[in-house]
Design a protein around this ligand. Sequence first.
Ligand SMILES: [Zn+2]
Ligand SMILES: [Zn+2]
Ligand SMILES: [Zn+2]
Length: 191
Amino acid sequence: MSHRPKTRRQVLRTAVLLTAGAFAATVATDAHAAVNSFRWCNRCQGMWFINGGNNGHCPVFHLWDHSHYTNGSGIYTIRRATESGRGQPGWHWCQFCKAVWYLGVGENGFGRCPVWPTIGHSPGEPVPDLQRDSFRLETDTDNNGPGGQDNWRWCHKCGCLFFAGNGLAATRCPAGGNHDRTGSANYLLRN
Ligand SMILES: [Zn+2]
Ligand SMILES: [Zn+2]
Ligand SMILES: [Zn+2]
């Protein structure tokens, strides 16, 4: 895992044509600062981005409300890869379903999105560089110090980040069934 020196370059926030021909949501965020717009959904157990224009698309089927929930969630803050700090870069939020998912350098593809199952997730912010222009997640062995909440996991079926602390049976995967933590690190999130 590489740890690049901190850069303070301005990131030009131009709209980039993405996979599905849609434009990235215009979000007024500082290109350098940690972002406190992440929430836990108690329906699917996923982590999602609340300032992407709507509350996304939860994989839990519901007749009239597809939103992820905010009920019971803390206010989670995730650092950008351009900030100092330890952890794994390559995480993004999806402009379609708003879920936090791991793209890395593209080694796992675009996962499974409940909005566009055949296309996959799509970064919600411009990503000229898949690693630099991403978010960074701490793990139990690669972190910035004590504290935080662990047992957040990556699902290899859909690519999403989810909380496993309530048991896998409580989770819902957009690829069907429950999320699967096989092969995942133990990620640590902070408020
Ligand atoms: Zn949800
Ligand atoms: Zn998605
Ligand atoms: Zn999944």
